[in-house]
Ligand binder design. Structure first.
Ligand code: AMP
Length: 316
């Protein structure tokens, strides 16, 4: 894998790949790579000629008191992992390279930034939108791979691309999970053994919500309660939110039944704030009628892996 640390070098490298007739796949990450990231790289590898991963812990998306300093980092290991995964380029700039001065221009995606993560982490989604816009501006025409694990971020990036006309095709990738359902995340490395077991409650909460919807529950409040009660039974988990929302725009539904939904939870376990989400199609909805197999496929793509999903760092 070719390590690039300058913005100019990165832009030129991708430009030269394209002028050689090669399509570019971009995989933006904050590093400390795991099975979730690897699934994005593998997808990009299968669809693009040149695969570029970016590794940058973006200070703009961390609020005061959040875990910017404690966020796990290991560039040497990430480069080995990327090499083995068949990535061609690793762009790992310093903070100074990305932000030579405090940026005055920032990107805000109205309507997708106020609730959920936006409410709990003021400024976070603006920081995400700003750094993703910068990466797209540097990368140029490409396919960009994002995980459903960060569902609100994914919708926001899709609107960023369509509203600001970036020459980018966003590709959605399903969430990779541990065998007990916990979504794989760099932050999981900071969980102790007991906390790690507690963390699986987020997925159990989502499943409880999904069961209610699939059983025909039409009250968002009762679906919410089903999720909250799973997390409330875990003394080690501090609930932030458990919500049911429209899958296309995260709007708050009055009644469930007519469209695709997304269940979203956030909770703090020990030192770590975790988020997760799950898609669900209400029975009898227009979406279910249009696509009768969709439930089974969603379920499969979000199903916990039979074996650990490319856990952190196999030996080089
Ligand atoms: P991060 O390094 O956490 O900023 O994540 C970089 C990209 O990987 C984002 O598009 C995430 O949504 C995606 N990602 C993180 N965890 C997972 C996972 N468990 N499954 C699929 N994609 C993931």
């Amino acid at each position: 894998v070719r390590l690039i640390t300058t913005v100019e070098g990165f832009s030129k490298e991708l430009e030269s790949e394209r002028s050689g007739g090669r399509s570019v796949g971009l995989v933006p990450t904050m590093g400390y790579l795991h099975g979730g990231h690897l699934s994005l790289i593998a997808r990009a590898r299968s669809e693009c000629d040149t695969v570029a991963a970016t590794i940058f812990v973006n200070p703009l998306q961390f609020g005061p008191g959040e875990d910017l300093d404690d966020y796990p980092r290991d560039l040497d290991s990430d480069l080995l992992v990327l090499g083995r995964a068949g990535a061609d380029i690793a762009f790992a700039p310093t903070v100074r390279e990305m932000y030579p001065e405090e940026p005055l221009a920032r990107v805000r995606v109205e309507g997708l930034s106020e609730d959920l993560e936006g409410r709990s982490r003021p400024g976070h989604l603006e920081g995400v939108a700003t750094v993703v816009a910068k990466l797209f501006a540097m990368a140029g025409r490409c396919r960009a791979y994002f995980g459903e694990k960060d569902y609100q971020q994914l919708l926001l990036v899709e609107r960023l691309v369509s509203d600001l006309s970036f020459p980018v095709e966003v590709v959605r990738c399903p969430t990779v999970r541990e065998p007990d359902g916990l979504a794989v995340s760099s932050r999981n490395s900071r969980l102790g053994d007991g906390e790690r077991r507690t963390a699986a409650a987020l997925y159990r909460a989502l499943e409880a919500g999904r069961e209610r919807v699939e059983a025909g529950e039409r009250s968002p409040e009762r679906v919410r309660e089903a999720m909250v009660s799973v997390l409330a039974a875990e003394p080690g988990a501090v609930l932030d939110y458990a919500e049911v929302a429209g899958a296309s725009d995260l709007s708050v539904p009055c009644a469930l039944g007519d469209r695709e939904l997304r269940l979203l939870v956030a909770a703090t376990v020990g030192p770590v704030r975790l988020i997760d989400n799950l898609g669900v199609t209400p029975p009898g909805s227009a979406a279910a009628a249009r696509n009768p197999g969709s439930r089974a496929r969603d379920h499969t793509s979000d199903e916990p892996a039979a074996r650990p999903a490319g856990g952190r760092k196999a030996a080089p």
